[in-house]
Design a protein around this ligand. Structure first.
Ligand code: ADP
Length: 471
C-alpha cells in the first residue's frame, strides 16, 4: 500500500469517527436537555395544581373546575384530574372529554398510591417529545385524587432535527473538503518522496550528477539537501578517483613503454655491441627504479587514505628526524651544488607517525634541492611558536607560479613536467606531504618568496604529556 493511500485511509477513518461523534453527541445532549426541561416544567405545574386542589376535602367536577380556572396553568396538550377512585373529574380536551370515565392509566394508578410519576420519550418517527406526569393530590394526609398532565411537543423535536440536518450538511462539507486537502497533501508528499527515490536510483546507476530540487523548509527538504550534498561528495570523490586511476596508469605506462622499447631493441639487434647493450640495460634499470618509486609513493598515498599511519602516532622529535633526513639528502644537494642550511630548535616534539614525519621533511627538502639553481640554498628552520612546532623549508630555487600554487598538493600535479620527470618526480611528493600533515593533525601552507624561490611552512601541535608538561 502506498504512503498516499495509507495517509488518505488513516485520515478518512479519523474524520469519519470524528464526524460520527460530532453528529451524535450534540443531538443526544440536546435531547437530554429537552427532557430535563420538560420534567422540570411538568412536575412543577403538577405540584402547583395538586397543592391548589389539596385545599378541597373532596374533589368534585365543579370544585376542580373552579380551582383550575383560577390557576394560571401553562398550556399542555391535555390535563386530567381524577378523584381518589380514578374517576375523571376534569379534562382539558373538550372534544374528546373523558369526564365521567375512569382513568385506567398506570401513571394515574401510581399517583393514587401516592407516587409522583414522570416519563418522557422522543419518537424518531414523528420527531416529537411525548411527556407524561402524574401527581397525587392529598388533603389532610389522605389521597383525594390525581393530576395527570400529557404533553406532545413537536417544536423542540423540529429544532433538534434542524440541528441534526445542519450538522450533517456541515460534516459532509468539511469531510469532503478535508478529503480533498489530504489527498492533495498526500499526493504532493509522495510526489516529492518519489522524485527523491528516483534521483537515488539514478545515483545508484552511477550518474552522480543527479540532484533534486529543494522546495520548502520541512524534513523532506532537509533530506533532499542532505542527498544533494552527499551526491556532490560522491561526484567529486568519483571524479578524483577517475583522475587518479587515469593519471596513475599514465605515469606507469611511460616507464613501461620505455622498458619495452629498450628490451625490444636489445632483443632484435644482432649487431649491438656490448657497451650499447649495457647502456640500454642501465636505462632499463633506471626506468624500473622510476616504476618502483611511483609504486612506493602510490602505496604511501593508499596507506594515508586508509588512515593506517594515524593509528601509529607517537611522540616524535622533529629535530632528530630532520637531521637524519638531511644526512640522506646531502649527496643529492652536493651533486646539484645546493647548500642546505639549518636552524633547528630543541624540544619540538609532536604526536605523529615517525614514518610520515620523515616523508614530510624529506619530500619538502628534496623538492627544495631538485627545483633549485646551482649555487642556491635550502634553509630548514624549526622552532616553537606558542603551542605549535613550526618547520619552514625555504629555497632560492625556480619558484612556483602564482596560478599553480593552489594545485601543487593535488596528486600527479606538476608545474614543469619536463623538469619534474628529469629529476625523477611524478607529481606525488607534495600530495603525500599534504595528506601526511593533515592525517597527523597538522597544517601546511606554501608561499612564494619575495627574493625568489618557495617557502613551505608546516605546523603541528606540540606534544604535551598528561598534566601539561612537555617531555
Ligand atoms: P614531483 O615528484 O614532480 O616533484 P611534487 O608533488 O613533489 O612532485 O611537486 C609537484 C610540483 O610542484 C613539481 O612538479 C614542481 O613543479 C613543483 N614544486 C614542488 N616543490 C617545488 C619547489 N620547492 N620549488 C619549485 N617548484 C616546486
Amino acid at each position: 500500500m502506498s504512503v498516499r493511500t495509507k495517509l488518505a485511509a488513516a485520515f478518512s477513518l479519523f474524520t469519519a469517527a470524528l464526524l460520527v461523534f460530532v453528529n451524535i453527541y450534540p443531538i443526544l445532549v440536546s435531547r437530554d436537555m429537552v427532557i430535563d426541561a420538560k420534567r422540570g416544567a411538568l412536575q412543577s405545574q403538577g405540584s402547583v395544581i395538586s397543592s391548589s386542589l389539596s385545599a378541597l376535602e373532596v374533589l368534585t367536577a365543579e370544585s376542580v373546575e373552579r380551582v383550575v380556572d383560577l390557576l394560571d396553568v401553562a398550556p399542555v396538550t391535555r390535563m386530567l384530574v381524577t378523584d381518589q377512585t380514578g374517576l375523571i373529574l376534569y379534562d382539558t380536551d373538550q372534544d374528546n372529554s373523558a369526564v365521567g370515565r375512569y382513568g385506567l392509566l398506570s401513571e394515574v394508578a401510581g399517583a393514587l398510591d401516592g407516587y409522583a410519576w414522570f416519563s418522557c420519550a422522543y419518537s424518531h418517527g414523528d420527531g416529537a417529545f411525548t411527556s407524561r406526569c402524574a401527581t397525587p393530590v392529598s388533603s389532610g394526609g389522605a389521597i383525594t385524587g390525581a393530576v395527570y398532565l400529557y404533553d406532545y411537543d413537536r417544536s423542540q423535536g423540529d429544532i433538534i432535527a434542524g440541528l441534526q440536518r445542519n450538522l450533517l450538511n456541515m460534516s459532509a462539507l468539511f469531510g469532503g473538503a478535508g478529503l480533498v486537502i489530504i489527498f492533495v497533501l498526500a499526493s504532493t508528499l509522495t510526489g516529492r518522496i518519489k522524485r527523491l527515490s528516483a534521483a537515488m536510483g539514478v545515483v545508484r546507476g552511477g550518474d552522480y550528477s543527479s540532484r533534486v530540487r529543494v522546495r520548502g523548509r520541512d524534513e523532506l527538504a532537509e533530506l533532499s539537501e542532505e542527498f544533494n550534498v552527499l551526491t556532490g561528495r560522491l561526484e567529486s570523490t568519483e571524479e578524483a578517483r577517475r583522475r587518479f586511476v587515469s593519471d596513475a596508469s599514465h605515469e606507469l605506462r611511460t616507464p613501461l613503454a620505455a622498458i619495452r622499447l629498450l628490451s625490444d631493441s636489445i632483443a632484435q639487434s644482432d649487431t649491438m655491441d656490448g657497451t650499447t647493450a649495457r647502456e640500454f640495460a642501465r636505462d632499463i634499470g633506471s626506468e624500473a627504479d622510476r616504476l618502483q618509486r611511483i609504486t612506493e609513493k602510490l602505496m604511501s598515498l593508499t596507506k594515508l587514505d586508509s588512515g593506517v599511519s594515524v593509528r601509529q602516532r607517537e611522540p616524535v622529535d622533529m629535530k632528530a628526524v630532520a637531521e637524519r633526513t638531511l644526512q640522506l639528502l646531502q649527496p643529492l644537494a652536493a651533486a646539484q651544488n645546493v647548500t642546505i642550511l639549518t636552524d633547528l630548535e630543541e624540544g619540538c616534539v609532536v604526536l605523529a607517525s615517525a614514518d610520515d614525519m620523515y616523508q614530510i621533511i624529506f619530500n619538502l627538502a628534496e623538492n627544495g634541492v631538485k627545483y633549485n639553481v646551482p649555487g642556491g640554498t635550502v634553509s630548514l628552520a624549526l622552532g616553537r611558536r606558542g603551542d605549535e612546532a613550526v618547520l619552514t623549508v625555504a629555497d632560492t630555487g625556480i619558484g612556483i607560479p602564482e596560478a599553480d600554487l593552489g594545485h601543487i598538493f593535488e596528486r600527479f600535479y606538476r608545474v614543469d613536467k619536463a623538469r619534474s620527470r628529469a629529476s625523477g618526480g611524478c607529481g606525488l611528493g607534495l600530495a603525500i606531504v599534504h595528506d601526511a600533515v593533515t592525517a597527523n593533525g597538522g597544517a601546511i601552507r606554501v608561499d612564494r618568496r619575495e627574493q625568489g624561490g618557495t617557502a613551505f611552512t608546516v605546523s603541528f601541535p606540540l606534544y604535551t604529556q598528561k598534566g601539561g608538561r612537555r617531555p
